[in-house]
Design a protein around this ligand. Sequence first.
Ligand code: GLC
Length: 396
Amino acid sequence: MTAHAKVNRLAWWQEARFGMFIHWGVYAIPGRGEWVYYQEHFETGEYARFADQFNPKHYNPAEWVALAQEAGMKYMVLTTRHHDGFCLFDSKVSEFTAPKTAAQRDLIAEYVEACRAAGMPVGLYYSLEDWRFPGQLPHLPQKEDSVYAPMVEQAHAQVRELCSNYGKIDILWFDGGFPSSVWRSEELIRMIRSLQPEILINNRAGLPEDFGTPENVVVPEGRPWEACYTMNDSWGYALHDHNYKSVSEILRLLVSCVARDGNLLLNVGPDAEGRIPPEAVDRLRRVGQWMKTNGAAIHGAGSSPVIAPALGWSTRAGDKVYFPIQRWPGSTVPFAWCGSRVKSARLLATGQEARVEQRGDRVWLHGFPECPPDPDLSVIELSFDGPIQANDPAYT
Ligand code: GLC
């Protein structure tokens, strides 16, 4: 694969900038997050009983897709199975699957269909690790690497199923590649790429592949990257976790990724019936409202050569620079060291144009409101006469 072909493959994803992550499985029944099996040392048979109750009556993936679209999210990644080994999809090599237990349906087939019907790129998360196998949980026997062979065989077979049975898959999002020595990852990736030549693969099968995945931190990687974040403090449904980030925090997080050429994959954890918690729905709708007037600063945008650290991050898309102003300075917004001529400046929230005063390399945008007009995050769009110059050589 040439570097050029790789860039083209990634282009849609880098323009998208914002995606929905969904952690969903039988762990939603106890409602204490997706690590409950491990954390509480469940016996395998005892845990398997959740699958006999997992029959999500309200599961309607078209609604999830519509919510993601409303929020301005341009792709989705759903857990096809997490570390507990429960598959939301039909698998010939496992009995612990939704179609073979209470749900009696291939929930992944329905998700893929809903995404396609809405033109939403399809991402599948797959945990290599499966806690039901020897050597996995602290109380299960651990010997040499060979003890993992059945688990590795199953993973290869299931990844083949995911890449063969659902048409075109846009993203394969691995997780749980522990221990890293056992997965035969090169062979696995070769198989995936032969079945799905355009697919994007993350770095968690132990190989760097297409993009890095900083988790609950924003750490640029000098190559394509995507920060994945919980919206409250949990990935899987957690009944008592109401510590949701505010809309303003979510927007700042998103901007801080885009301004450093990264993506944000923001998680929701639906309940056992298939409902996304109302706090998450509410926030995503309000993010969507913001996106309607400010989306130009996000979609198709990336790092900007014009910066103003005192105000917050900035992004650039085409010939425009966007300042989502984190620290609103009042009715006059000052910039310094501006090498380019500012032609005009307007507030995206209201369309209001500023009076631009430029003296040498100093610029003042006058006439804006005293207080930020959008309580969540107000964005100013700058247009320039001529090419955009980096304004602060010390920091760009
Ligand atoms: C971690 C956790 C997991 C979560 C994931 C999301 O690897 O084990 O529960 O799915 O990160 O990035």
